[in-house]
Write a protein that binds this ligand. Structure first.
Ligand SMILES: [Zn+2]
Length: 321
């Protein structure tokens, strides 16, 4: 939906809002808890938060599409205020206080948990870390922008962009439902730091706020670093990353073990596969507890990896707390 939702879309939106109000006290707790840094606000912050929520719920493609909805009686009634301009929504959103938004997310998590909507996967609380780029521009930039040089033909241009690392819960799907994907928190990557450093900062905060929300952290091959494994193992969390051949010692160690031990046969996405579950890898001395490292997947973990990024030919490096 690029523009205003039609009558059917509005009905769905009304029901969604009614549900969010009843189950999550959306405007009373989540929206009311968000502040912004304006000194004398003309437009209430709540109006902007609700407008942006409606933008996502109705899948409007842009802030301009939201502005087109300004005359809708539906929006005026729900917001108690006309929708503000696209520029206004952008400006106020940029000044919003992240702590208030995080408290709102925590409230949603508490409600979902209490309503048993976030069941574990085979007894595991699973979270996935991943980096995402939200936007890039050659012209507009802000103090938080990262920069990179793009080569096109003979010319070089500086491109500005933002990257965040997100921490998402992957609960099991309840019967007859698609699994909920719940964003716990995110952290912007700062200039001069790598994604793993951003992820560690994110995990410090998230594990303080959600100490028991997950036991196992999944991540891609970029995270197969000793500081990342050491950090999680020291805090009693299990960790699993994709293992690529860049970590040569470890990979060769694993390959030698593949040759020495018989695999279990299984299948994944209609392909026949061989699985090994190898423990006690000793070729990564930077990890404090090498006895906790293993190469999998095996049948114990397999049901956890029905996510698009992982293929049957992937090796996983695991750390068991
Ligand atoms: Zn920027």
């Amino acid at each position: 939906m690029e523009t205003l939702p039609g009558e059917e879309g509005l009905n769905i939106l009304r029901r969604l809002i009614a549900y969010a109000e009843k189950i999550f006290q959306f405007s009373g707790i989540v929206v009311a808890g968000v502040m912004d840094l304006r000194r004398q606000p003309r437009i209430p912050t709540s109006c902007v938060v609700q407008s942006v929520a409606a933008l996502f719920w109705a899948r409007m493609g842009s802030l301009n599409a939201l502005e087109l909805a300004a005359d809708s009686s539906f929006f005026r009634r729900w917001l108690g205020h006309p929708v503000c301009s696209a520029d206004g929504v952008g400006r106020v959103t940029a000044l919003m206080d992240g702590a208030g938004l995080r408290r709102g997310i925590h409230h949603l998590y508490d409600r979902l948990k209490r309503n048993k909507a976030l069941p574990d996967q085979a007894g595991w609380g699973v979270a996935v870390l991943d980096g995402h780029e939200s936007h890039a521009s050659y012209r507009r930039h802000c103090p938080g922008c990262l920069e990179r040089t793009i080569h096109t033909g003979q010319t070089e241009r500086i491109q500005y962009y933002h990257r965040q690392v997100t921490l998402m819960l992957l609960p099991a799907a309840r019967p007859g439902c698609a699994g909920v994907r719940f964003l716990l928190d995110l952290e912007p990557q700062r200039a001069g730091e790598d994604e793993v450093a951003t992820a560690l900062r994110l995990l410090v905060r998230a594990m303080g706020s959600y100490p028991r929300a997950f036991d196992l952290v999944l991540a891609d091959a970029l995270y197969a670093t000793a500081p990342f494994f050491n950090f999680l193992l020291a805090r009693g969390k299990h960790v699993m990353t994709v293992l690529k051949d860049e970590r040569r010692n470890l990979y060769q160690d694993a390959a030698a073990l593949f040759a020495s031990f018989p695999p279990a046969e299984g299948s994944f996405r209609r392909r026949n596969c061989l699985w090994w579950d190898l423990q006690d890898l000793l070729s990564w001395p930077q990890v404090a507890r090498q006895d906790k490292l293993g190469i999998i997947p095996d049948t114990e973990y397999l049901p956890l990896f029905r996510v698009p990024d992982y293929s049957a030919s992937t090796c996983f490096l695991s750390g068991r707390a």
